[in-house]
Design a protein around this ligand. Structure first.
Ligand code: MG
Length: 316
C-alpha cells in the first residue's frame, strides 16, 4: 500500500506517539536515534504476532492493540527493565480505518501507562501480522537473566497459572463473553513490569511464562544447569482452572498451557523473608532448585512425575 502508507502512519500512529521518553530523533526520518543515559544499558526484544497463530481471527482490534504491546512488555519485565521505546511493523490485508483507530487506541493506552514512546513504524499489505521491537532501560550492571538460578533457591510465580489457556479454549468455543475472567486473561494480559523492576538485585533468575510453566521453567533450568522440584499443591490456581483439570482428568494441565505472561523467578534460600513489597504483587512459592537435572512434580499422593519441556513452536 505505497501511496497511503505515510498517511496511515501519520493518522494512526505518529500523532499519538508524542509521550514518554522522547528519542533524540523519532518517526519521520530513515532511522530513529536513541540517546541512552550514561548509567544505563538498553534491553531489546522483538516479537511477531500472526493472525490465526498467536491471536484469533475474531480478535477485537482494541484488545489486540493492547496485547501486542503487553506481550513485549512482559519480556522487558522478565529482565527487570524499565520500558522506554517501541517500534512497530504492521502488515494489513486492507486499510480499514475503523479497525486501525481501535487498534492504535488500545496500543497507545498501554504505551501511555508505561510512559513509552513509539519511535518508528512500517506498514505493508498482506495477511494480518504485527511485529514489535521493544526497548527498555536497565541500570548499567543489573539485569535479570535465565542463567543465575542456584541449588537451594526458592522458585516463585506471580499471579495464577492456566487462566489464559482456559480463556483461549473458551474464546475458541464462543462459550462466554470477554467479561469472563479467563477470557480476559487471554485477550488482555497484564505484564508484570513493576514486579520485574523490584526483582532486580533480589532474584537470581527470571522468565515470563509465555509457552507454559513447564517449558519456561525448563529454560531457567537449562540455562542455569540445574533441576527443580515443584510441589503441585502449592500452584496458584483459580477455581475455574481447578474445575477444568477435574473435567479433563488431567492434574498436569496447568504446566503445559501458555499465554499467562506471569513471571517465574528464583530467589536465594537466604531471602526467606520475601519482603512485603514483593508479596503485594501476589507471588507464590512453588518449589526449589536442585542439583539433579529435570523438572519433578511432587503430587499430593506422594507420587513424583518428571515433566518434559511441553509446548514448542516447532513440533518435532
Ligand atoms: Mg519471554
Amino acid at each position: 500500500m505505497p501511496s497511503s502508507e505515510f498517511s496511515i502512519i501519520d493518522e494512526f500512529f505518529t500523532l499519538k506517539s508524542s509521550q514518554g521518553v522522547p528519542p533524540e530523533l523519532g518517526i519521520g526520518d530513515d532511522c530513529a536515534i536513541l540517546d541512552v543515559p550514561n548509567d544505563k544499558q538498553l534491553a531489546v526484544s522483538t516479537d511477531t504476532l500472526i493472525e490465526g497463530v498467536h491471536f484469533l481471527a475474531s480478535s477485537a482490534p482494541y484488545l489486540l492493540g493492547r496485547k501486542v504491546l503487553a506481550v513485549n512488555l512482559s519480556d522487558l519485565a522478565a529482565m527487570g527493565a524499565t520500558p522506554a521505546w517501541v517500534s512497530m511493523a504492521i502488515t494489513l490485508p486492507s486499510i480499514d480505518k475503523a479497525w486501525l483507530g481501535q487498534f492504535s487506541d488500545g496500543f497507545f493506552e498501554l504505551a501511555k501507562q508505561y510512559n513509552m514512546h513509539l519511535i518508528g513504524g512500517d506498514t505493508t499489505q498482506g495477511p494480518l501480522s504485527i511485529t514489535i521491537t521493544i526497548m527498555g532501560l536497565l541500570p548499567k550492571t543489573k539485569r535479570l537473566t535465565r542463567s543465575g538460578a542456584n541449588v537451594g533457591d526458592s522458585i516463585y510465580v506471580s499471579g495464577s497459572i492456566g487462566n489464559a489457556g482456559l480463556g483461549l479454549q473458551k474464546a475458541q468455543s464462543d462459550e462466554v463473553s470477554v467479561n469472563d475472567a479467563d477470557v480476559s486473561a487471554y485477550l488482555n494480559p497484564q505484564p508484570r513490569v513493576e514486579l520485574g523492576q523490584q526483582l532486580l538485585g533480589r532474584a537470581t533468575s527470571c522468565i515470563d511464562i509465555s509457552d507454559g510453566l513447564s517449558a519456561d521453567l525448563h529454560h531457567i533450568l537449562n540455562a542455569s544447569r540445574v533441576g527443580a522440584s515443584v510441589i503441585h499443591d502449592t500452584l496458584p490456581l483459580s477455581d475455574s482452572v481447578r474445575e477444568h483439570m477435574t473435567c479433563m482428568g488431567d492434574n498436569l494441565w496447568p504446566y503445559s498451557t501458555g499465554d499467562d505472561y506471569e513471571l517465574c523467578f528464583t530467589v536465594p534460600a537466604s531471602i526467606n523473608d520475601i519482603d512485603t513489597k514483593l508479596l503485594a504483587h501476589g507471588i507464590t512459592k512453588i518449589g526449589v532448585i536442585e542439583q539433579q537435572p529435570g523438572l519433578r512434580i511432587q503430587l499430593p499422593n506422594g507420587e513424583k512425575v518428571t515433566l518434559n519441556k511441553g509446548y514448542e513452536h516447532f513440533n518435532e
